[in-house]
Design a protein around this ligand. Sequence first.
Ligand SMILES: [Zn+2]
Length: 565
Amino acid sequence: MTLRPLAALALPLLAICAYPAAADVLIDNVRGISPDGKGGLERFTGLLVNDDGRIAAVYREKEKRPKKVAYKVNGKGRVVVPGMIDAHAHVMDTGFAKMTLDLSATRSLDEALARITAYVAAHPDRAWIEGGGWNQVNWGLDRMPTAAELDRATGGKPAFLTRVDGHAAWVNSAALAAGKVTETTPDPAGGRIERLPGSKKPAGVLVDAAQALVAAKMPKPRPSDRDTAFGEAQLEFLKQGVTAVADMGTTIHDWQAYRRAADAGNLRIRVIAYAHGVDDMTLIGGPGPTPWLYDDRLKMQGVKLYLDGALGSRGAWLKTSYADAPDVTGLPALSETQLGNHMSRAAIDNFQVAVHAIGDKANEMVLDTIEQLSATYKGDRRWRVEHAQVVDPTDIPRFGEHGTIASMQPQHQASDRLMAEARLGPDRLTGAYAWKSLGASGATLAFGSDTPVEPAQPFTGMSVAISRQGVDGQPVGGWQPQERLTIGEAMAAYTTGAAYAMFAEDRLGRLARGKRADFLFIDRDPTTATPESLRQTKVLETWINGQQAWSATRGAAKPGSSSPR
Ligand SMILES: [Zn+2]
């Protein structure tokens, strides 16, 4: 980046080291690309940013630039796109995943056990061994791991390791004892204790709500741990070019960490919070969603509800049984009445509702409930279905009704492909990860990563969205290739669609006059890149509110002053 003081040669050095003080900035000589808000893309070569961090003008090639600006940034022909919006992220978990044992790269149970053994030895001060990211499918196991296996690596210390999807935990004997989980413990509502074959003895994996039996006994993170985690998460988002996130399941403790960061001038990205259930919703928001705070960097917008689990742990709720487990259909976390009550409770105070639904039965129930509630709660509600992963083709057209939003994560399709085929069998795949069909139904597509389940990498997600192929380029021709999107559609889902899904389209998602100046310098043109090249896109600089927040050469800029408004 070149900061060229035009008039004042005596520009203080500090302003170069940190980011420019509030003043008009001309970003010029760029190859700019932005969704036009009408389904297409538009090009520009210059941006004028106001001293309040909003875009004052967008210039094409030969259009006249203002003579007097405080700073001029010469883009040197580099590509500029809007800051990416992650429509479904778990912000705190993303930070904590960086602070605990990460098993996501392990490719066998033995490799995982070796990693755990080394971690235990390296952290003698930890009372509990915490971590996650494991996936038995990646280990080539056709069963879940056991407590006895984990005991070999952990000795007597209790261990709690969440599965990559967050919907199951692998625990050892000491953790089961701490949670008093025995052969006489019944499965809790909305959860399942995996049992050893031919007995009632807990095997060592707790699915969905059963995780709480042990989790409740674990030491709670301290406020300072949360602050560290949030800092780690923000850095990760900035690096990946994500300037705004929908935080799916914000607790009051998370919210307080965001407020602490903001009050200290350390809130860099934009966090749009969806509370972890209605109790946290009323604790955080009180009588309704909060206004935009801290220069539009923080807002509590709605509530996140869970209706079912995930496919990998067979917790997703299906209309008919799993292809690879004939007596299992998955389970709902809420009854239809409970779901209706929670959604009503939120809607009555104008909180936006986001419901996690993965299985086709769960999706049907959300759509039924949206239909019922729409008669009472009129107006612009933007009901969100999170994941919408397996939808019965007969239910797909219903997504186009009542302004429903399909909040989906392309990277899941690539990671889950083989597992989904095993769980669903051949007949249910046409409605799986069916983003093109859902978009064609009239639903707004909003894309995200579900980080830390998948890395917060929007360009990887875009690559999957246009190719239906994984990082290995498989399968050739794409999986269910009829569901591929164009690059314009995919980019819109990470920008304008995601902004709309969080009621932020008046300020975020496009590079246009009046919008917030959130943009990226990247190393290639996504509109002409192959899927393979698109996936390798490098973010060079991340700008928020017209200020450089991160650069590949210098890292994060020093925190600025973000005053509450
Ligand atoms: Zn999630």
